[in-house]
Write a protein that binds this ligand. Structure first.
Ligand code: ADP
Ligand code: ZN
Length: 800
């Protein structure tokens, strides 16, 4: 345990030497805050400082020269040593500079929330009453008088006692609990569980639906189990029937956060690398131990992960540490399983499903050096590794590497920066590299390695394009696709169907008066969610029950917009009533993901239907058919990356098929069979796609030809916003040139979200420094009126 240190009142205050420090606070404003302290403070340590009437947590950044400063003094020093290593402090400064945010915001994005101490926390004593360590006595005595105590009140009455530091230590040692003012999201939640009662009954007497439900329930590996695991397969009324008969019980129970999703057991496969894989490993290791960016472009299923594993092993054996970044949705039990079986004890995992305490435990294992390999999503780029030798960014093209609140960083780009600063090697891997990385590989800035084949002579799937324009009555599921599904069901093979739109339909419109049901906050059409009989806005989340009658003309017949997964699910149930079907989208529960993986592996699911949640990382040998219900959904989005994103999605989904001996098939339904995204994706031909797409980006000065920045202004009053935008346009925009193009201010494609009207300015510049200067120019001159908020997004992923 950490040694505690209690400040003693200095006897000779006049002789006291004072130190002065710059402290970074998690505020939006870019301003320096300076404080004095009688005690030396490590850079990267947490301190509590007064700001106006409040106390705030900050991070000590640098020492200021001792002059006759009259700064307020630091109230408490929480750490003897830095909690963030120097490398990360430097990175935070760089982030502030590059992304135009405050250093404090960047630092706090790196700090586990468990260390973001809450000054208004309330303590309660839960430890024993005997043998209390000396340091905790003041806290103990105060808590004898009252059950709960605000730390800030204790601080007021005992200003010299290091209240917060002691409280943190006492909490870790199990003497007190701290209730936080800010409720954290990962509080335990209650969910419904199902348990069998053991009642003796005649299965054949059950009505059909209940018998089906019972079949499913009795084959569940665990009891009790989460109702959500089976709820998309059977109706609630069938379950209620079983409850009435006393066959099962349904009861709510608190669920633990599913923790490490790790699946023990399957063990490492014995794999001999193919020539291509060996070649890639050899080439990459030529740069062993030094900074260099490698782009590993390998088609889906070509065995990139095996290449990573080989190289990671080399670094771990040599005593270095490794960061492996992966998009959250690709962080499947399957992936963890593979890493666990290779690196076991050395592995720390960071993902959003961990509780605050679990996350902190993993973080400490990394900091202490107990774990030298971390696998995690975006923020794992801030893992407090020492002796970093290697960073890998898998699926480097993924837009989820970009954080969509301040600091708006891209995890992949920071990974490159971190590798550079610490002299580490870095591998970016993808079957569909981003054009930015591809461009860097073409220009020789990155070193390119290719995996063009699947191992073991597994072949790429055969692809059929179905032109929906040719059909008389375009159906959701064409006869060809239905026929192919039926064949697989017959042969007991598995099918994955992809529809990248959740809900039942994208809008509901009155047939009589044409009224479209729209969101009151966003003025865009709302999605119909049939399972809950609700209308829901996919931008702000607002929902209400589906109206029985048209709110404007009282009519009662409606037309429905483009179909979502729920509609596809309904159609499939009609076409293949006996098939075991599972729908996976962000409406289905999180725990479903784990059981989905197990049940797919055990071949208990015939058809897996889902959104992009199922497009990545999944590797099921039983899947021989992938159907894309409508390939045009992402193509029609008004954004310059629409073609790229469509290409990526289709290629990735198609890559789920034929990952074993049996040849796979892919059927793509589309209204745009000639579009280059769809053509190239159907051939898994990234290079031709990149060539064509690059041409378009150059013509329109989009990345990677140009750099982008976007300034978004939002306000509740449209008139005021327009006025301010006029003022910005007239006086505060930098002069345009061949190297700097300015679009707007103009309404954003989503002109209103969540009651706020939205305008943006898009800047395109040839170089990083030009884009920085242009943003700084506006920042320096233009201050929007109160009530109008501003967001700066450097290298935005979307311009919606
Ligand atoms: P990627 O990450 O490129 O999509 P994976 O690394 O997941 O590909 O590999 C796809 C499948 O091929 C996995 O099941 C993996 O175990 C298997 N595989 C990879 N390399 C080999 C090899 N050299 N020999 C046999 N199987 C391999
Ligand atoms: Zn809305």
């Amino acid at each position: 345990m950490r040694k505690l240190y209690i400040d003693k009142k200095p006897a000779f205050r006049c002789l006291q030497f004072m130190y002065y420090y710059k402290v970074c606070l998690p505020l939006g404003i870019d301003k320096d805050f300076s404080y004095s302290s009688s005690q030396r403070i490590a850079f990267g340590a947490r301190v509590l400082v007064p700001l106006r009437a409040k106390l705030m947590l900050g991070i000590c950044m640098e020492e200021l020269k001792a002059e006759n400063y009259r700064y307020k003094s630091v109230v408490e020093v929480l750490d003897e040593a830095a909690v963030l290593p120097e490398e990360l402090l430097e990175m935070a400064k760089w982030m502030a500079w590059y992304y135009h945010c405050s250093v404090g915001k960047a630092l706090f994005a790196m700090l586990p929330s468990r260390l973001q101490c809450d000054v208004d926390a309330e303590a309660s004593w839960i430890g024993t009453d005997r043998d209390i360590p000396q340091d905790y006595l003041i806290l103990y005595e105060a808590l004898q008088k009252q059950d709960k105590l605000k730390l800030s009140e204790l601080k007021q009455s005992r200003p010299d006692y290091p209240v917060y530091r002691i409280a943190e230590a006492a909490q870790s040692a199990g003497y007190i609990t701290l209730a936080h003012r800010i409720k954290h999201r990962d509080k335990p939640r209650k969910k419904n569980f199902i348990e069998t009662t053991g009642l003796d009954f005649e299965e054949n007497d059950l009505p059909l639906r209940q018998r089906e439900a019972w079949e499913l329930i009795k084959t569940q590996p665990e009891s009790p189990f989460l109702m959500a695991d089976i709820s998309s397969l059977i109706s609630y009324s069938a379950l209620k029937g079983l409850v009435k008969k006393g066959i099962i019980r349904i009861f709510p129970k608190e669920v633990q956060n599913s923790g490490l999703l790790r699946e023990k057991g399957s063990g490492a496969k014995d794999i001999t690398l193919t020539d291509e894989q060996n070649q890639a490993v050899k080439e990459i290791l030529e740069d062993y131990g030094k900074y260099r960016v490698h782009l590993l472009y390998g088609i889906t299923g070509s065995g990139k992960t095996e290449v990573y594993i080989e190289i990671i092993r080399k670094y771990l054996e040599a005593g270095s540490s490794v960061i492996f970044l992966i998009p959250e949705i690709a962080l499947t039990p399957q992936m963890l399983d593979r890493f666990d079986s290779h690196f076991g004890e050395n592995l720390a995992v960071m993902h959003s499903q961990l509780t605050e305490n679990q996350r902190f435990a993993e973080w400490q294992k990394i900091k202490s050096g107990d774990c030298r390999l971390v696998i995690g999503a975006r923020s794992a780029v801030f893992a407090p590794m020492q002796n970093l030798g290697l960073i890998i960014v898998d699926e480097e093209h993924e837009s989820s590497y970009k954080q969509d609140n301040v600091p708006r960083y891209n995890g992949r780009d920071l990974a490159v920066l971190r590798a550079q600063k610490s002299g580490a090697q870095i591998i970016l891997g993808s079957a569909t590299p981003s054009l930015e990385s591809w461009h860097n590989a073409q220009s020789g800035k990155y070193r390119l390695h290719r995996l063009k084949k699947r191992p073991m002579n597994y072949t790429l799937p055969k692809v059929r394009l179905i032109n929906l324009c040719d059909m008389q009555n375009p159906e959701l599921i064409s006869d060809e696709l239905a026929g192919a599904i039926a064949e697989r069901l017959e042969r007991k093979e598995q099918v994955i169907l992809f529809q990248n739109r959740r809900g039942y339909s994208s809008f509901v419109q009155c047939l009589k008066c044409g009224k479209l049901i729209t969101c009151p906050n966003c003025e865009i059409s709302m999605y119909y969610h049939r399972d809950r009989e609700e209308m829901q806005c996919h931008y702000c989340g607002h929902f209400y029950p589906i109206p029985r009658r048209c709110p404007s003309c009282n009519g009662f017949s409606f037309s429905y917009g483009s179909p979502g997964t729920q509609k596809v699910e309904q159609t499939l149930k009609m076409l293949f009533p006996s098939a075991k079907l599972l729908r996976m989208d962000s409406d289905s529960s999180r725990s479903n993901l784990k059981s989905m993986y197990q049940r797919m592996k055990r071949q208990e699911i015939d058809i897996l239907l889902g959104t992009q949640m199922i497009s990545k990382g999944l590797d099921f040998p039983g899947v021989t058919l992938v159907g894309i219900i409508n390939a045009d959904i992402s193509l029609n989005i008004p954004d310059f990356r629409a073609s790229e994103r469509s290409f990526q999605l289709i290629t990735q989904v198609a890559g789920r098929s034929g990952r074993a001996e049996k040849t796979g098939e892919v059927i793509i339904q589309t209204y745009n069979p000639e579009h280059y995204s769809i053509q190239c994706a159907s051939r898994q031909d990234f290079e031709s796609f990149a060539l064509e797409e690059m041409d378009y980006r150059k013509r329109l000065n989009y990345p990677p030809a140009f750099r982008l920045a976007r300034l978004l202004y939002q306000g509740i009053d449209l008139g005021e916003l327009v006025q301010e935008m006029d003022r910005l346009k007239r006086t505060f925009l930098p002069p345009e040139s061949d190297d700097l193009i300015i679009l707007g201010p103009s309404p954003a494609p989503f002109a209103k979200i969540n009651q706020l009207f939205r305008y943006h300015v898009i800047l395109k510049a040839r170089t990083t420094s030009q884009i920085r200067e242009a943003v700084a120019y506006i920042e320096k001159g233009f201050q929007a009126q109160k009530g109008i908020s501003k967001q700066i997004d450097i290298d935005p992923m979307m311009l919606m």
